[in-house]
Design a binder for this molecule. Structure first.
Ligand code: GLY
Length: 371
């Protein structure tokens, strides 16, 4: 089977996203041509390393490429100052040079952390994204956003630093738990909802097959998501405008994640899916789209076996006013006003600061009461 390529045409920062089955086995062949010397540094998620690292190092060895490996604990807590220091000091210990390449082998946490380390190491070193979760394959590994969390919130410190290539091996998704796969699918559905109604229709038909493991459906879902992300990033690399569309559902999601302590109670992609449903509900109440649109969003999430209601988040949630307060730390605040991504219909989202807080409050109140 030949790999599927999505090109991200960013001038001198252009790169390819290689999507397919068995990509990891071709890593040496794919990475080799960009190396100045036959050596890479790999920073891996420890859990992913236990499952898949031997395949990666064997593929690199097969092309005569030596590798050093640093394995870091799985989980969002790894994306912090302490691990950034650890990665950078390790790269210095290895005496990596500016011409060398570091490989991020894991999900979004590893990709964001290693990308940021690569951005600041010797004022910028190249890095390869090898995303191993669905969320990372369709979103975080593409587009050059890198960074860490601080005690003030998620992703508040970071840099735009585009990868040299993205290698997305669809086979690695087979070892995800169904919950992690579906959380990543929240970001896939987001692309259809924000800008591509035919893709959302395709997902309504093929999404369940993708969740059940169908390789072609998975490749197509990842390809379309990456193509849409590439198109948006090329229009607005540093998020001065259109790139904010990628945050559909995220203002609600960030408040829910903060309210649940960034814990296992709510995974990021689950929050995105619920957030998309709430964004469409808000849009309908504002008269921007028909009531059928939020119903269709919720029906698809239900058909996929995903969370779509606040009542499906275990434990207590704060009231609507407290959730709105938590939105205030969102990076989309401009001059103190919250920016929301609203929709005129499925596949037709837009950015606005003109959302009446009372409407958001009433949507949240009803959602909290299970209405
Ligand atoms: N995940 C949103 C973005 O890359 O802009």
């Amino acid at each position: 089977m030949t790999d599927t390529i999505v090109h991200v045409p960013l001038g001198e920062r252009a790169y390819d996203i290689t999507i397919g089955s068995g990509v990891i086995g071709r890593a040496g062949h794919l990475i080799g041509p960009v190396l100045k010397r036959p050596r890479v540094a790999i920073v891996a998620d420890a859990h992913v390393a236990r499952l898949h690292l031997d395949k990666l190092t064997a593929a690199l060895d097969g092309s005569g490429i030596a590798s050093d490996v640093l394995a870091l604990p799985q989980g969002e807590a790894t994306k912090n100052w302490a691990h950034l220091t650890e990665v950078v000091e390790w790269m210095l210990d290895l005496r990596l040079e500016r011409g060398d390449v570091v490989v991020a082998f894991g999900g979004g946490v590893i990709g964001d952390l290693v990308g940021f380390a690569a951005a600041v190491f010797r004022r910028g070193i190249r890095f390869v994204q090898m995303p191993t979760s669905l969320l990372a394959q369709v979103d975080s590994s593409v587009g050059g956003k890198t960074g860490i969390n601080t005690r003030h919130g998620k992703n508040l410190v970071g840099a735009f630093h585009q990868p040299t290539m993205v290698l997305a091996d669809i086979d690695l998704l087979n070892t995800l738990t169904p919950r992690d796969f579906l959380a990543g699918y929240g970001e896939v559905a987001k692309y259809g909802l924000l800008g591509n109604a035919p893709f959302f229709e395709w997902l309504e038909t093929h999404g369940p097959k993708a969740a059940a493991g169908d390789l072609d459906a998975r490749i197509e879902a990842v390809r379309m998501s990456c193509q849409m992300k590439s198109d948006i990033v090329v229009r607005d690399e540093t998020e001065q405008g259109d790139r904010a569309l990628l945050n559909l559902g995220h203002t609600f999601c960030h408040a829910l994640e903060a309210a649940t302590g960034y814990s296992d109670r709510l995974l990021h992609g689950e929050g995105v899916a619920i957030g998309c449903a709430l964004a469409f509900e808000t849009s309908a109440r504002l008269g921007l789209c028909s009531q059928e649109a939020p119903s269709r969003v919720r029906d698809h999430l239900q058909a996929m076996g995903m969370k779509r209601d606040l009542s499906q988040i275990p434990g207590d949630l704060p009231d609507a006013d407290a959730l709105i307060d938590l939105m205030g730390q969102d990076k989309k605040v401009e001059a103190g006003k919250l920016r929301f991504i609203m929709a005129r219909g499925i596949g037709d989202a837009f950015v606005t600061s003109d959302v009446d807080a009372d409407v958001v409050r009433s949507v949240l109140n009803d959602a909290l009461q299970g209405r």
